[in-house]
Design a protein around this ligand. Structure first.
Ligand code: COA
Ligand code: AMP
Length: 631
């Protein structure tokens, strides 16, 4: 067991250039690379320098030319609109080439940015692939973000064109997108030259003259050929939460990305070309980029684009129906989706209605997986349930149980083995490696393998400072964890102010910025507090300015509305407590960790450095009145 893993892992670490060059050989290159890895300017790693290719060619044209033209490439399954639509490889290629032709007509060329603000519709995938066909750089913004978040991203990426939709659909609620888009553009100094709008029948909109173009007229274009790009040219920018309100623009290259993701399909996920792979995520997140779009298509699989939730759709067995109906081999989702299903169907009655003979493995990621959820999923599905750990920055798993290389026994509780390509260590705060079984900060030795971020968009300085200054020569993951005596890696949680809400990465710092901007609020803290389904939810604690008197419920209502309007509904920000002051150390640092422990009902010791311990009791009482801890 795992012999193949041990050998593969060793090869990837001792001779990474040979290892990844072998993988790259299976892809189509217009020009072979000069050097597999250029790492002479650390922390920058340039994979396949000098190599020329096109990502879209590799994920579509190559498969059509190789005989997969009639194989389904993308299955759009949308219970919220009662639609199932299948795009075969040649159909998807045709749509993407015409979309690229339309974008080219709008003046989009290699290196231009295109922002995609769309719900889970095929046009979003077509738009992403059309950008890659032209060598343009897409930046997908998750639809649950508010206009201000979209505006920040537009201002930073400076797109020539924005692709959007008339609306998104959240179970039974239609969300008009155009007002959000208009508001965002209104806030920006940078104005895109054109916005292309998909008119959905559920909600049609008036196009803005001189700016907007209907998707259908864009598609009425001659197909565009693939533009050659360097392996090291950017494919996309994906903004992710940082420790401040300003998101970080993670930049992914073309060559390394394609090589790494292709490798993962068989070796990590154990799928073969022609099989159906379903990542039940959203194209707005990294999981959606890597495993709804690029990974499965690069490997000649069929991918599922699912517009819906794990629960709340008319069919409580929605996930099992999709697996059964589309012959899914591998499902990848966040543990929160399973906690929601389990809450709705604890006896797993709906699983028994479906046969799912094709289904082999469930992969979970995006947040810490609690052992109970993992065991429940194993028991009801009777397939291996594999946790794996990764980040937007890496683009693919750092820790996993690589099914294709021989499965290890599963240890429940966010526990994995290092994935080939990643040399991992756990350090104490002084930079010394800690002994096996001891918790510390997880770091990855440079050079990072192909597919990991190459920089932050137009911000090399922050790239270096945020990720590579803590432990020189190592990538600082900001996750705490340990390596046990069997070589398993345990992920414990973030060491910064990032929280994971229903598998979505959010910054409490960004929420605090919103709360503190309220005219009655003197200061604020936001803690990620345990929630039985979403794992964590943000809870706000605010101190009023001297002399202000406010009804706590009214103030809560205003603050919840502000966070929803400025960050978006996806923050799931619903609870605010007014307190007389915040617990702080004598040097003024807010004790968010202690607040969290009180809210979670876990044991805590009063920190020796606290300036005034009495406040902790006030906070405990206030949380109790709001029903915390939640079980
Ligand atoms: N556009 C607009 N609003 C959106 C949105 C979008 N694309 N996505 C989510 N929202 C809204 C929701 O409607 C909800 O609004 P509400 O507060 O008015 O109800 C809010 O944002 C929070 O959404 P979510 O966190 O998804 O909560 P939920 O209660 O709607 O659903 C789950 C909970 C667990 C069922 C759902 O989050 C789920 O299926 N998660 C799995 C996701 C996953 O696998 N992610 C992979 C990341 S690796
Ligand atoms: P994102 O960048 O949105 O993918 O979020 C990355 C963060 O999610 C990581 O830094 C972890 O804190 C958390 N995470 C992702 N996968 C796991 C996992 N399998 N177990 C525990 N935490 C995880």
């Amino acid at each position: 067991m795992g012999a193949s893993y041990e050998k593969t892992y060793r090869q990837s670490i001792t001779d990474p250039e040979r290892f990844w060059a072998d993988v790259a050989g299976s892809l189509n290159w217009m020009r072979r690379w000069d050097r597999v890895l250029s790492a002479d300017k650390p922390p920058f790693s340039r994979w396949f320098e000098g190599g020329i290719l096109n990502t879209c060619y590799n994920v579509l044209d190559r498969h059509v030319e190789g005989g997969r033209g009639n194989q389904p490439a993308l299955i759009y399954d949308s219970p919220v609109t009662s639609t199932i639509r299948v795009y075969r490889y040649r159909e998807l290629l045709d749509a993407v080439a015409r979309c690229a032709g339309g974008l080219a007509r709008l003046g989009v060329t290699k290196g231009d940015r295109v922002v995609i603000y769309m719900p889970m519709v095929p046009e979003a995938v077509i738009g992403m692939l059309a950008c890659s066909r032209l060598g343009a750089i897409h930046s997908v913004v998750f639809g649950g973000f508010a206009p201000r978040e979209l505006a920040t991203r537009i201002e930073d990426a400076k797109p020539k064109v924005v692709l959007s939709s008339s609306c998104g659909i959240e179970i039974a609620r239609v969300i008009p997108y155009k007002p959000l888009l208009d508001a965002a553009i209104g806030m920006c100094a940078w104005k895109p030259e054109a916005c292309v709008i998909v008119q959905r029948p559920e909600h049609r909109v008036e196009l803005t003259p001189g700016r907007d173009i209907a998707w259908d007229s864009l598609m009425d274009s001659e197909p565009a050929p693939c533009t050659p790009v360097f392996a090291t040219d950017p494919l996309y920018i994906l903004y992710t939460s940082g420790t401040t309100g300003k998101p970080k623009g993670v930049v992914r290259d073309n060559g390394g990305h394609l090589v790494a993701l292709s490798w993962t399909m068989r070796n990590l996920y154990g799928v073969e070309p022609g099989e159906v792979y379903w990542a039940a995520s959203d194209i707005g997140w990294v999981v959606g980029h890597s495993y709804i779009v690029y990974g499965p298509l690069a490997y000649g699989c069929t991918t599922v684009l699912y517009e819906g939730k794990s629960v709340g759709t008319p069919d409580p067995g929605a996930f099992w129906r999709v697996i059964d109906e589309h012959h899914v081999s591998v499902l990848f989702c966040a543990p929160t989706a399973f906690r929601a299903i389990r809450r709705e169907d604890p006896e797993a009655k709906f699983v028994k209605r479906y046969r799912m003979p094709s289904f082999r493995t469930l992969f979970l990621a995006g947040e810490r997986c609690d052992p109970e959820t993992l065991r429940w999923a194993e028991q009801v599905l009777q397939v291996p349930v594999i946790d794996h750990w990764w980040q937007t920055e890496t683009g693919w798993a750092i820790g996993a149980n690589c099914i294709g290389l021989g499965q290890f026994p599963v240890k429940p509780g966010s526990c994995t083995k290092p994935v080939p390509g990643y040399e991992i260590a756990v350090f104490d705060s002084g930079g010394k490696p800690v002994p096996a079984g001891t918790q510390g900060n997880i770091a990855v030795r440079l050079p990072l393998p192909p597919g990991c971020f190459t920089t932050l968009w137009q911000n090399d300085a922050d790239f270096i400072k945020t990720y590579f200054s803590t432990y020189p020569g190592w990538y600082f993951t900001a996750d705490a964890g340990m390596i046990d005596k069997d070589g398993y890696l345990w992920i414990m949680g973030r060491t910064d102010d990032i929280i994971n809400v229903a598998g979505h990465r959010l910054s409490t710092g960004a929420m605090e910025e919103v709360l503190s901007s309220h005219p009655d609020v003197a200061e604020s803290a936001v803690a990620g507090v345990h929630d039985p389904v979403k794992a964590e939810i943000p809870v706000g604690f605010v101190v009023l300015k001297a002399g202000r008197k406010r009804d706590p419920l009214d103030l809560e209502h205003e603050l919840v509305k502000m966070v929803r309007e400025r960050i978006g509904p996806i923050a799931s920000f619903k609870e605010v407590l007014v307190v007389s002051r915040l617990p702080k150390t004598r040097s003024g640092k807010i004790l968010r960790g202690t607040i969290k422990k009180i809210a979670d009902g876990t044991s805590y010791t009063i920190p020796a450095t606290i300036d005034d311990p009495v406040i902790l009791e006030e906070i405990r009482m206030a949380l109790g009145q709001k029903g915390f801890p939640k079980r």
